[in-house]
Design a protein around this ligand. Structure first.
Ligand code: AMP
Ligand code: GLY
Length: 430
């Protein structure tokens, strides 16, 4: 079997790692692989956004399956191009990917389908947005409707801050085209939960829920990042809560997309807020989450390849069942100091050999590359260290020990991944 993975971050390294476990003799390919992916996959030197070239390459090399990691090529229609050539591809069409690429589309779909989410309004005119912000009052959330690499949501404590955010998006075009339309919404309170569902458009398989750590600093302080760590499972996600998420959120959303003429085939990621009134959607994504994938997939006890291939070939996942290992996984992200702003690249990375041999420690590469045979840093988020354990506590200690043992100049990481879980009282409150 010949499989192409599109994308070259920590999520894609994890996908390759899992596909290789599921089918060791599969021939794996990856676009512009990072320093870790290169050990598992043959390099395809085509950009994920060069859709025509990629589809042409996949057709000429007869790929049996293509798995798309990032949202940008999905929003640009990579799945549509592959499908037009008869190539099996895992990932939604551009029309279905609007659930992530257009927040106004997602919010209106949720409102019409009765899916719980923050109350909102959509604006293209700055004056009208400001008037509404003043009426609504603070705290309030202002979001660019389009793709903004995770930076387009501003949680504002004051009306002035919210008006400034709306002006930056609608007038100064700080997020370019993505900010020509703005969603102003109610600020929700609660803990966040990431729920992934593998879906053929109708039936779906829910993966083990996880929690991301978006803030740069310990105790969830400082600026938002792409994610500094993650863990799974999350004790707040009881079977009852998950049933509610499936019945009130996942199922009606998939039905609404299908009724709208854009059935979603791929991975639907529901970013939830667990509020006092129950789970509500913060956002939907049209792909696996990063760094949640690095904690969730190592806990999967059966094949990921089977449902991915079934969905890509237009088959059904009903009848498939997912099984999970006991215990937990904690992922600590090693970043370059200065991230998410500016940082230096090209620092040599030292990975102790006994760390690579430890079956309970997995090292997923993100911003790494090989330069004259040496592994060096090449991005803000450099590596993800996943620790596995019979308990979450054990997994966290493993992950932290691994994070400390890997060396490169200006390494930065959080030492408290999973802290909410460890701080919970008997009522489940952190
Ligand atoms: P998004 O880009 O929509 O995922 O938002 C990024 C982050 O902003 C989320 O993970 C939340 O922490 C926060 N956020 C977004 N929307 C809201 C909201 N309505 N209420 C509170 N926090 C929010
Ligand atoms: N972990 C957040 C994301 O993948 O968007």
């Amino acid at each position: 079997m010949r499989i192409l993975v599109v994308g070259n971050g920590g999520r894609e390294h994890t996908l390759l790692w899992k596909l290789n476990r599921d089918l060791p003799n599969a021939k794996l390919f990856a676009t512009q692989p990072n320093g870790g992916m290169a050990e598992l996959a043959e390099a395809v030197e085509i950009s994920p956004m060069d859709l025509e070239a990629l589809a042409g390459w996949a057709a000429s090399r007869v790929m049996d399956l293509t798995v798309v990691g990032p949202e940008a090529p999905l929003a640009a229609g990579i799945a549509d191009r592959f499908q037009a050539k008869g190539l099996p591809v895992f990932g939604p069409t551009a029309a279905a990917a609007r659930i992530e690429s257009s927040k106004s589309f997602a919010k209106e779909l949720m409102r019409n389908a009765g899916v719980p989410t923050a109350d909102f309004r959509v604006f293209r005119d700055h004056g009208a947005a400001e008037e509404h912000i003043r009426e609504r009052g603070a705290p309030v959330v202002v979001k660019a409707s389009g793709l903004a690499a995770g930076k387009g949501a501003i949680v504002c404590d004051t009306v002035e801050q919210a008006c400034r955010a709306a002006r930056q998006m609608l007038v100064d075009l700080r997020f370019g085209e993505a900010g020509r339309e703005v969603v102003v919404e109610e600020c929700m309170r609660g803990e966040e939960l990431s729920v992934f569902a593998l879906t053929d458009g109708r039936a779906f398989l829910t993966l083990l829920p996880s929690q991301d750590h978006k803030r740069l600093g310990e105790g969830d302080t400082g600026p938002n990042t792409g994610g500094m760590g993650s863990y799974a499972p999350v004790s707040l996600a009881t079977p009852e809560l998950m049933r509610e998420v499936e019945e009130r959120i996942l199922l009606p959303t998939l039905r609404a997309l299908e009724a709208e003429g854009s059935p979603f085939q791929g991975l639907l990621y529901a970013g939830l807020m667990l509020t006092e009134e129950g789970p509500k959607v913060v956002e939907f994504n049209c792909r696996f989450g990063d760094p949640e994938t690095q904690a969730v997939l190592p806990l999967m006890a059966n094949s990921l390849l089977e449902p991915l291939a079934a969905i890509a070939e237009g088959g059904s996942v009903s009848g498939h069942e997912l099984r999970w290992h006991e215990g937990g996984a904690v992922t600590t992200v090693l970043a370059s100091r200065g991230y998410p702003d500016s940082y230096e690249k090209g620092k040599p990375i030292f990975v102790p050999p006994d760390l690579v041999r430890d079956p309970n420690l997995l090292l997923f590469h993100a911003g790494t590359s090989r330069s004259a045979g040496t592994l060096v840093t090449s991005g803000g988020r450099v590596l993800a260290v996943t620790g596995l354990g019979t308990s979450l506590d054990e997994a966290a200690r493993k992950s932290l020990a691994g994070a400390e043992a890997v060396e490169f100049e200006d390494k930065y990481f959080r030492t408290d991944i999973g802290w909410r879980e460890f701080a919970r009282d008997e009522w489940g409150r952190p």
